[in-house]
Design a protein around this ligand. Sequence first.
Ligand code: PRP
Length: 183
Amino acid sequence: MRAADISDQLTSVLVTEEQIHDKLAELAARVDSDYEGKELILIGVLKGAVMVMADFARQLQRDITMDWMAVSSYGAGTKSSGVVQIRKDLDTDLHGKHVLIVEDIIDSGLTLSWLLENFASRGAESIEVLALLRKPEAAKVEIDCRYVGFDIPNDFVVGYGLDYAERYRNLRDVAVLAPHVYS
Ligand code: PRP
């Protein structure tokens, strides 16, 4: 589904599918070069990162391994608590591995901040982050993100893996959700 198919539910399109694919190709070329001669594992954070992982991984011109982690924030009822619960852990031992975490979005940065610390304690050789989207105005902690797709405003965005109440993940573009949908 494209943004034009549900234009009555969106206020604006921030990034089109074409722009996303061009950017992922650019980031993949950088990753190909940065990790030349090194074994690389991509770790996707479910569920939002599914689309980015699928498209980014296939742009690489090398072999990688892939694993997934599912986490959810809890405590004080909001994700802003920064407390993270593991819903599905990795199947892979990270000892001595070069890890690239693949995320759809860095919002407050709290999820990644926790994940980076958690992965570091598992003995990874190196850990870097690739995020398709980042909201600089929403940052509560600074994340050292080596590969960033697009910096976007602090709006309620959906699409390309990002949801509102589990909907809109299959929208091909990234768009701002119209307030009448969630208010
Ligand atoms: C989203 C996104 C990141 C996190 C970013 O996941 O995929 O993992 O929030 O937010 P933060 O920077 O404020 O921590 P969400 O918890 O919505 O789960 P989902 O991927 O299953 O939609």
